[in-house]
Design a protein around this ligand. Structure first.
Ligand code: NAD
Ligand code: DAU
Length: 335
């Protein structure tokens, strides 16, 4: 039985990954979830696993060596999801991005170097390559991150690589495209637009809305990460993508059509600063190992939109600002 240290496990992808691990391994896995519970961390995402004997939640910061050290010592595998993850916030206030995304990764890598681990997975992002108009980025292409978020992720990505080269730490770096699915904080494009439409609010499209993202269902991302723990080669970078490139306008239209809401809710507003036009990754390297995404885009999108329809109480609190009170009352913890 392996012990996984999952950092950022109370966030969107991390909580889906913990669900995925229990679904896949049942009692034959031990999961430690280390999460600081920033605005993006939500223990409600994990209510269904909270009392499992083979699960433990630790509230803590990956930047704090004394917190991280004993947990890494206990772990066979470290999967580092913890990060500040929203590009818009990084434009307004980059500070926390540098601290968590770069320094936090360093603290985890140092602990892994001290104690040794079977695998250290650094969850990077396709944004480290920057924008591409034609074709798709391969793992060997140069990195040209263009936001404080993606630059901090690129820093951690290369730092993790340096721990493989210098100290032979068995690091694997993943660069995945845009995820969608349940439990995504309603500040990101899809949950923001679905929940705004449900509240008959306008959908704020940046610029001309023709920016392209490649969308992957979150459980496919989780599956790829776990696949790489067993089949990936230490020291290597792997792109992960869904192969579903869509403009933001296409995504918006799909949401409004599914919800039967008027397309007049679409509102074009000032562009994001430094807005990357298109992301696209070549996934031949992971495909050659035998991994492909399972979920079909339209079906997964419909079930995701329906999840937000069915779970209004989950996102309603986050959007209304009552969340802090709710959290304190239910979990007896200050945020
Ligand atoms: P998220 O913002 O939903 O979750 C981040 C989690 O990290 C939260 O639970 C938060 O409380 C926790 N956290 C933040 N700072 C911390 C700290 N200092 N110590 C401990 N925990 C801390 O993010 P997400 O969308 O789930 O992304 C998870 C990871 O995947 C990130 O590393 C992100 O860069 C990467 N990624 C995301 C996507 C995507 O489309 N969302 C795509 C590719 C890669
Ligand atoms: O590509 C992977 C990355 O995808 C991850 O590394 C990031 O953590 C994740 O946040 C995501 O970054 P994006 O900037 O692509 O995602 P976001 O949902 O913020 O925006 C998607 C697109 O939609 C982007 O072109 C900006 C646009 N957008 C977004 C918002 C929030 C709008 O037009 N209006 C909006 O209100």
């Amino acid at each position: 039985m392996k012990t996984y240290l999952v950092t950022g496990g109370a966030g969107f992808i991390g909580s889906n990954y913990i669900h995925y691990l229990f679904q896949k391994y049942g009692d034959d896995v031990y999961v430690i979830n280390l999460d600081k519970l920033t605005y993006a961390g939500n223990l409600e995402n994990l209510d269904d696993v909270a009392t499992k004997k083979n699960y433990r939640f630790v509230r803590g910061d990956i930047c704090q060596a004394d917190v991280v050290d004993p947990l890494v010592k206990e772990a066979d595998v470290v999967v580092n999801f913890a990060a500040e993850s929203h590009v818009d916030r990084s434009i307004g206030a980059p500070d926390a991005f540098i601290k968590t995304d770069v320094y936090g990764a360093f603290i985890l890598l140092e602990a892994a170097r001290r104690h040794g681990v079977e695998k250290f997975i650094q969850i990077s992002t396709d944004e480290v390559y920057g924008s591409i108009i034609d074709g798709s980025f391969k793992e060997t292409d140069i990195l040209e991150p263009s936001s404080p978020y993606s630059a901090s992720k690129a820093g951690a990505d290369r730092l993790a690589y340096s721990y493989f080269v210098t100290y032979q730490l068995p690091v694997i770096i993943t660069r995945c495209s845009n995820n969608f699915g349940p439990y995504q904080y309603p500040e990101k494009l899809i949950p923001l637009f679905v929940t705004n439409a449900l509240e008959d609010k306008s959908l704020p499209i940046y610029g001309d809305g023709k920016n392209v993202r490649d969308w992957i269902y979150v459980l496919d991302h989780c599956d790829a990460v776990d696949f790489l723990i067993y089949h990936g080669k230490p020291g290597q970078v792997y792109n992960i993508g869904g192969g579903n490139e869509r403009t933001n306008i296409e995504i918006t239209d799909l949401i409004l059509t599914y919800l039967k809401k008027p397309h007049t809710l679409k509102t074009f507003i000032q562009d994001r600063l430094g807005h990357d036009r298109r992301y696209s990754v070549d996934t031949a390297k992971i495909t050659a190992l035998g991994w492909v995404p399972e979920h079909k885009f339209e079906r997964a999108m419909n079930s995701t939109i329906q999840w937000y329809v069915d779970n209004r109480s989950w996102w309603g609190k986050l959007k209304s600002g009552e969340y802090r009170e709710f959290y304190k009352a239910n979990y007896n913890k200050e945020l």
